[in-house]
Design a protein around this ligand. Sequence first.
Ligand SMILES: Cc1cc2nc3c(=O)[nH]c(=O)nc-3n(C[C@H](O)[C@H](O)[C@H](O)COP(=O)(O)OP(=O)(O)OC[C@H]3O[C@@H](n4cnc5c(N)ncnc54)[C@H](O)[C@@H]3O)c2cc1C
Length: 343
Amino acid sequence: MEKILCITHTQPDGTLPNVALEALTVAVRLLQQLDGATLTVGLIGQNVKPAADSVALCGATRFLSVVGPEFEVSRYASDAAAVEAITRTAEATLVIAPATTRFSRALPGVVQRLKGRIETHISGLDVADGKLAVQRWYYRQRMVATLTRTQRPWFLLIDGGVYPVWQGESGTVTPEKLVVELGKELLRTQVIGIQSPKTNVKTIRPDADVLFVAGAGWTKKQADGQLHLDEAEQHILGFLTNCNASLGSSKSLVDQSVEGVAVLPFMSHLNQVGQTGSTPRHSKGLSTCCHGEEPHAVGWRFINERRAINTDANCGWAQGKADVLYVADAFEVMAKVNALLAG
Ligand SMILES: Cc1cc2nc3c(=O)[nH]c(=O)nc-3n(C[C@H](O)[C@H](O)[C@H](O)COP(=O)(O)OP(=O)(O)OC[C@H]3O[C@@H](n4cnc5c(N)ncnc54)[C@H](O)[C@@H]3O)c2cc1C
């Protein structure tokens, strides 16, 4: 009988990120599908009470926590120690965790200590005849595999955007506090701040319905022989605002800044979609001024409905990569679309 542990870290305000609530959906489903299973919730952070209360009625029979200022920040040593302590105390056989950067870094080490196994980037689960099978993609989302394992504890890092956010009544619960001693050695890494690319607009919105991808065409000379960067910025940001869309980019566009070519200032490499970029999950995607070559289209694996605007009728999108290709000037189309959306 499986002992399920859903473990997560909290946000600075003590609440849970959406990706953690998505992992909880997985844990609750497994609790219902696996005969005789039990569920423990494990929380790590400076203050976990709001998080615990928000999921108090999820069906867990036990709540464990590791609390303190040194557990607020992302640091391998303290995160690994906290996860290890909670997993051992819960005697967990299945550990469900969100694939945050923090846990993606810390959990593989914990698995070594506990002589378990881990699967990362889980994008699906299935229980048949009482057996759990998980699904993940390999080779930059080109091949999908279904796996089962007998070894325990089995850690599963659930990718964001695959499962719905757990929703249920909040309640009141006081999690058991575990004491985790962090010696000087474990605290020698001090988090003194976060450096991120300078962009003046928040453009990456994993929860958005629509992904808007901009390609290098926006910064190329247009039919009149001129660059139209200001206009491009206006169309792109206008659409993001009108639709609350998330902004993706081709590699060529974000690479231009390091090559000294004119760029769109709100773009960074974090926006890049593709083989060497991200593989975001959104229900719809609109590609503009982007050729749709294979390395880029690989990043569209989890976009359900795809449309593209390109002046070139032979662009990559026309080769079966988009559901609809508008052979048109994206400047003209987006001006019209934004006017309709704003009106
Ligand atoms: C190992 C490897 C990994 C790679 N990984 C990635 C990756 O992760 N992500 C990625 O994006 N690329 C990746 N690439 C690069 C990829 O192959 C392409 O070079 C890149 O995606 C092209 O970007 P683009 O379509 O924006 O630019 P371009 O190829 O320059 O295309 C610009 C497009 O804009 C169109 N256009 C211009 N003006 C307009 C207009 N007014 N209206 C409509 N359309 C217009 C043009 O017709 C053209 O199709 C990788 C390449 C390699 C070799």
